[in-house]
Design a protein around this ligand. Sequence first.
Ligand SMILES: Cc1ncc(C[n+]2csc(CCOP(=O)(O)OP(=O)(O)O)c2C)c(N)n1
Length: 1182
Amino acid sequence: MYLKPGRLGPSIVMKSLTTIDITRRSLQITKALSARKDRSSNLKVDSFANGSNASYIERLYRKWAKDPNSVDESWHNYFTGKRRTIKQDRQLKTKHRKWEPAAAGTGGSTTTPAPAADWKYIDDHLVVQAIIRAYQTRGHLAADLDPLGIVGPTGHTPSTEDKKLQATKAVLRQHYAYAFNDLNALFKLPTTTLIGGDEQFLPLREILDRLERAYCGHIGVEYMMITSILKSTWIRQHFEVPGAINFSAEEKKLILERLTRSSGFENFLAKKYSSEKRFGLEGCDIMIPIMKEIIDQSSKLGVESVHIGMAHRGRLNVLANVCRKPLEEILSQFNSIKATDGGSGDVKYHLGLFTKRYNRQSKKNVRITVVANPSHLEFVNPVVLGKARAEMFMRGDYQGNKVLPVLIHGDASFCGQGVVYESIHLTDLPAYTTYGTIHVVVNNQVGFTTDPRFSRSSRYCTDVARVVNAPIFHVNADDPEACVHCARVAAKWRAKYHRDVVIDIVGYRRNGHNEADEPAFTQPLMYQRIRKLKPCTVKYAEKLVHDGVIKMEEYTEMTAKYEKICNEAFEKSQKIKTFKNSHWIDSPWSGYFQGRNRLKLCPTGVNLKVLMHIGNKFASPPPTENKFTLHKGIMRILGIRKKMVEDKIADWSLGEAFAIGTLVKDGIHVRISGQDVERGTFSHRHHVLHDQTKDKVRYNSLQHLYPDQAPYDVCNSSLSECAVMGFDLGYSMANPNTLVIWEAQFGDFANTAQAIIDQFVASGETKWVRQSGLVLFLPHSMEGMGPEHSSGRLERFLQLSNDDPDCFPVMCDSDYVARQLLNCNWIVTNLTTPANLFHALRRQVGMSFRKPMINFSPKSLLRHPLARSPFRDFNECSSFQRIIPDKGKASHNPECVEQLILCSGKVYYDLVKERDDHDQEATTAIVRVEQICPFPYDLIYKQLELYPKADLFWVQEEHKNQGAWTYVQPRLDTVLIELKANDRCFLYRGRPPNSASSTGNKVQHLTEYNDLITSIFGELTEENKCRMEEKKKAAKSKALKESEAKLAKEKMAKMKEEGKDPKGAGPAGSAPPAKPQRKPTDSTSPSEGPSPAAPAASASPGRKSASSAPTNQPNQARKQNVPQAPAKQENQTPKRADTPNPNSSKQENTPARKQHSPTPATDPNRTKTEEKPSSEDPNDFW
Ligand SMILES: Cc1ncc(C[n+]2csc(CCOP(=O)(O)OP(=O)(O)O)c2C)c(N)n1
């Protein structure tokens, strides 16, 4: 029973519960339920009751108040309070002494609505509750956050005390017309606030005061968007409860000591290096104590490793005073000293760091990493997250208890850069979560020279974090205790809930953007204020002296002590003449490089047994005990896989699976990440199978190959390239024994991650001596799919490659190939066979160093009948092939070859088909350049030697200003110079220059294709056409025969099943076995999702006969001049002593390899009528 103070009206007795109580009751029930759930399942459970439930109850209540019979009896009992015990009522009564007891006879239940005066009472409480809620929701708008006093509470008003108060009232009480004429009136506090501490009732004045203190002081808390009541209550416990911000004298001294170091460091640098850029922290000096508090607190709560990502502002200070990098090493970077190891180096405020420190507060060791970052603001964020996630994985820390990422942002960049949003959005994705990141915004209220009002549309620079419901603590940088309190709460929040949290340190920038800038050019009034402002450290020291926490002498001594440390370090730094880039590395990979011969490449082939095991697993459905219902299309695909394993031939998907399977077998953790990678954009991969009858039941056979295998993760990502690629790059940096692959949906989209590619992948090792073996799969090829589904922009990657185009490498030693790889900044490949993909991926971890690999992966080739590799191309005698020479007719008679075509990627299969159609197999040799960078000078040299009379062409399907041409041209010239072939030169055959990467018009695409082919092989002659027609007929009749055979076989099987004699006599099953089926010419394309255009339709578009004139005139007479193949001539063997026979299929890096007489199945010259090699005889393949 609730009573109302007499002053606000006549004493009345409430006969029923108020709305507030109802809401409270529903919330309490919810809380109890949630807590119970929490205990039982140990899961974080959000409340199901929320504002809308409460308003539902409120509506019921109003209905009931009008007509008690209009609601269910249970609600009637509820509203009349029947279930409450007498004891409870008595407790309430005694607690509220000022209130009068209930009038006799009016208590208990009633069926009549409350008298009108009761509504006033209810309204009073509702208003108080609403005000409390307004402070909780919008109090931060009226908080005193700006140490400069420029930005008033509502964002526009000047902050004079009076105006501020008005603004506060306007913001927080504007919706409530109710006039409180008695601020001493007592109100029952709702359970949605903790401002009462132990008190349940407070006078209105005190309620308002406490709300002001909790929400409108130096901290503005944004948290009401959080939907969990448990979490909101947790926040209130840390900000609303009286005395929540409470520091002992010792703790206050520690804050001052840390502040003194922070300011002292900047002051020292300003004095000693006045003309140097250092991007000082002055104005936000408190960032250092905040970082220290986060680390202390987190370490106490179990964190063992902290990964920090930050930009220029205050970075040197963080290295000095958070990571405690020896000061002399930092100061030496201001001198002109040389690095004694490799790398081009970077400016001092970009360098990384790794350190292991004893934390005095937690008394535990903590590893701290500051990830090297480029000038590109915020792009380091996903890299840090990926690195942290990988470390969690390696430690088996599956809840992020031991590893913590902390990102430090600038205010302008935090709200301005899209990568922030993309990265923050990874926070709750299972394969990308870091179980919460602590974000610290060094908000100096200016971005270079731009005011916030011109640099963002949102109220706060931190609004981007609201999308993940992260609590945001805005805090005045000149209140050190409030700041450190926020840091403490943030660390506790992250440890408890494993979710993101933001600390927005609202301060200022005492100097210009850098120390040489004059800030008053652009912010004159702001800087007038700044110049009058005492530094925060001085103000805090004075406060502590005033409060008797320290004596002034102590502070003076503190300052002098740190200055002495700096001076001594300065002296030492003067003696440092050189340094090592490797001492500034964030991923030291301790032990990895020790005792390794960097020039040794491990073999990549594996034995047949392993392939068969992996192949069979990959082709099998989930074990029957799983009772897994597969999609019919998947069953068909598994069937095709099974057949391939039986036939010992692999398509792209199987080749890739072999690479993954063999690596995890060897203990290498493999991770593939990107959009739709689980199935594969082109529906070719299908690593994750989905039960068709049960939700979230999935199966990945590659995770179940061997009991002791390393984990394999294939992760569909968010629709982001930049953050996800950055994340995977970070992941690859954590441990060299991991293969990380990022796959683009189409290569075209990779350029939204251009900054990650340019700033990290291409140049990370050069700038920061930090290696990564990240692999990018960029689906690429001109298949008439339009300008944004055709090109991964090969030319751009090649243009960023660092190998010298004019320098023919010395390759007289056996280490040449490894050295080339070691010296390049990345490997660029455009592979044409599954086996080469397999070797390339295995080579990534077989090298004694790590290099990124950019692989332009196929689309139509995923299912192309010729883009398959026999198992022998995966065996111990096989290895990666940098080029694949022509092995057909032309190679048997190289002297007579008139055209030597070098090409790369899918166009090879088009050329082979066209060469066949034009009947030019003997006169045109086609060589595939599989590894474009580093350029295979040695092998191309041999090819040019081999075909001494051939005209030379570089053929590409890309436009002339795109693709590999501009990269290969000077390098091919270099080879020709080395060969002293002054009379020879490479001509370009391909599409003309274009600004778009491809046409989107099918007709145009075909015309371009025809032009390209005609420019190489000429028009189809009548003879050619007749031959093609005959071939077509033959193929048709063969297909018909095959389908008849298949039908007969099926019929026979059916008859057998039914117990009939297929021959019409004799016992069932005595029929002769059906003729073995030929290998499939193509895999079935599942119906769902985009699939690459069928090879016949788009990979090799049908040619319009002579409809379009070629842009380049080919040698029309070529075909007529085909001589009979003579025996191999002496002069066909390479002249150079170190030049192996280019005609041999012997592969690189493999000393001995069996020679195989039969034409490999990958040889495009092999016609479809060729019999597949017998699967019974392993020697046939091995
Ligand atoms: C992606 C990117 N765009 C532009 C710049 C140029 N730039 C360097 S610092 C800066 C201002 C950054 O402001 P803020 O994020 O508030 O950090 P502050 O320097 O104020 O600490 C700009 C625009 C950059 N480094 N990176």
